[in-house]
Unconditional design. Structure first.
Length: 151
């Protein structure tokens, strides 16, 4: 009986640790731009990616944000000098519903839009001219939201 209890406890601990397999600390250590618990961190990488895009230099960026429950939402941007391959991964979001999963598209542009008149003040990073609308997008503006950096 005690062995069975120990087995169940061990299994529970393994499952719980798997849920936190990509903690904010791990994301920061990996160099991700992090929003939410553990963040903000590595914001300067957003501007470095924008600079690489503007100068047509190959570049990669990972942005990890966390839900209120602590689940990671991961965005990968891979620029090859011509287009941005964008992946939105909400597969680890336990409460994401039917929209959870990995989605991919290709975009032609990335823009940094300054918000200086509407609270909160800061910079909004968006993708434009994309093949599909995935992740957090605005159909009116025809953009995919990537990040918001406050001042």
């Amino acid at each position: 009986m005690k062995l069975r209890y120990l087995y169940i406890l061990l299994l529970t601990l393994i499952v719980m640790s798997a849920c936190q397999s990509y903690s904010p600390q791990k994301a920061i250590e990996n160099g991700d731009v992090v929003f939410g618990p553990g963040g903000p961190a590595n914001y300067e990488k957003l501007d470095r990616f924008m600079e690489d895009f503007e100068h047509k230099r190959v570049s990669k960026l990972r942005i990890t944000s966390y839900t209120e429950e602590g689940d990671p939402i991961i965005q990968d941007l891979n620029y090859n000098g011509a287009t941005i391959k964008y992946q939105f991964d909400s597969s680890r979001d336990q409460y994401g519903g039917k929209q959870s999963g990995k989605q991919k598209t290709i975009c032609q542009r990335m823009e940094k839009q300054a918000s200086r008149s509407v609270e909160p003040l800061g910079d909004r990073y968006v993708l434009a001219d994309c093949q599909q609308w995935i992740g957090t997008y605005n159909k009116e503006e025809q953009t995919i939201f990537v990040a918001f950096r406050t001042e």
